[in-house]
Design a protein around this ligand. Structure first.
Ligand code: ATP
Ligand code: MG
Length: 132
């Protein structure tokens, strides 16, 4: 089995979609092995999105991620990294099909509700970053 780091972003909490999203994860069959609510700060956001700090949209992304608490989880399951990326849908919500989390609930490229690790290497680093 495999582990991944999933983070429900501030808009998921503000819009009260936490239960909805967690229900989908549970019904799919992934195990939640760790979970916590946290308020991120600018340094940890910069570390997490280090590949994007040079982008013109980074200040907006930072404001978004600072705008309220996030709900971080470690999930476990067969091929869970790829499986969760499929359930989330692509970054560009206009390409996210109905049936995916972003496709069903998000209308904006920035405010896209959920983060999921994209490789085993980033999953390991992100689990360490947020759960020590
Ligand atoms: P995440 O890392 O949050 O799971 P992702 O892997 O689908 O998302 P990344 O390319 O890593 O996408 O971008 C991280 C986040 O930055 C996106 O989820 C989104 O909130 C924001 N973002 C990415 N591209 C853009 C863009 N072109 N304009 C505005 N915001 C963007
Ligand atoms: Mg990413």
């Amino acid at each position: 089995t495999q582990q991944t780091y999933i983070m429900l972003k501030p808009d998921a909490l503000k819009r009260q979609l936490l239960g909805e999203i967690i229900t989908r994860i549970e019904k799919k069959g992934y195990q939640i092995v760790q979970a916590k609510l946290m308020q991120l700060d600018a340094p940890i956001i910069a570390e997490h999105y280090a590949h994007l700090t040079d982008q013109p949209f980074y200040p907006k992304l930072e404001r978004y991620m600072l705008s309220g608490p996030v709900f971080g989880m470690v999930l476990e399951g067969e091929d869970v990294i790829r499986g969760m990326r499929n359930m989330m849908g692509p970054t560009n919500v206009f390409e996210a099909a109905p049936g995916t989390i972003r496709g069903d609930y998000a209308t904006d490229v920035t405010y896209n509700l959920i983060h999921g690790s994209d490789t085993p290497e980033t999953a390991e680093a992100e689990i360490k970053r947020f759960f020590g």
